[in-house]
Design a protein. Structure first.
Length: 228
């Protein structure tokens, strides 16, 4: 039970839960432990979100794109983490992203019904889940509003932060430059100058078809500095 407890306590939605409560939950809820090999699909975009999926070992590459895939944002989530928890409920409970194992990866899967019982039976679980939902809702609003306001650096940073999760690494935006400056409503020279400025500060690197962001936290620092 000690190793199980340590694994569960490392998960973002299990923080602060007592060992006794963990033991009680393990006895009552159905926990499914799944193993995936490198390159295997864990989740498909638009797949029904019937379970909450925790990454307990390894890492997963998640990609989200628009309908014609002209824009695709990808990130890697390492254990311990949870895949798109804000899509478990609501009007459209479908995964927005596709997920593939980067390496041999372990997933803890809990059905929506069992997870609802867990939330109803312990305030710590409920608070953790509501906190994640609130943070994701707030960043999404900021990201959308930033498309038409603020300087271009802020708008790019907000957009990437809104489309990725906390703990996401190796973040890339795959798109043609002409589509990107059309999206933001700027001239090509303005886009290139902004990318060059961000590159010089080691925030990103880029080619004609892809932008690689070195650190999501650095983008958040940029936004927080602007807010201050």
């Amino acid at each position: 039970m000690d190793s199980m407890y340590e694994i569960l306590m490392g998960l973002p939605l299990f923080k602060g839960v007592s060992r006794e409560k963990i033991s009680e939950i393990v006895e009552k809820a159905k926990f499914h432990f799944l193993k995936y090999l490198e390159g295997e699909s864990l989740v498909a975009a638009h797949e029904a979100c019937t379970h909450i999926k925790f990454i307990i070992s390894g890492s997963v590459r998640l990609s989200i794109s628009n309908y014609n895939e002209r824009f695709k944002v990808s990130q890697t989530l390492h254990a311990p983490n949870v895949i798109a928890p804000d899509f478990l409920f609501g009007k459209a409970p479908f995964y927005p992203c596709a997920g593939v194992a980067v390496e041999p990866t372990g997933i803890l899967q809990i059905s929506k019904n069992d997870y609802m019982h867990i939330l109803n039976n312990d305030e710590v679980f409920l608070f953790n889940f509501l906190n994640v939902l609130s943070m994701n809702a707030q960043k999404a609003v900021d990201g959308i509003l930033a498309i038409t306001s603020g300087n271009l650096e802020e708008r790019i940073a907000f957009w990437i932060v809104a489309l990725t999760q906390r703990g996401g690494t190796d973040i890339t935006l795959a798109c043609k430059q002409r589509d990107l400056y059309s999206l933001f409503g700027v001239q090509r020279t303005s886009l290139i100058n902004t990318l060059e400025s961000m590159k010089s500060r080691q925030l990103l690197d880029y080619t004609n078809n892809e932008i690689h962001f070195y650190s999501r936290d650095k983008l958040l620092e940029l936004l927080n500095a602007t807010a201050d």
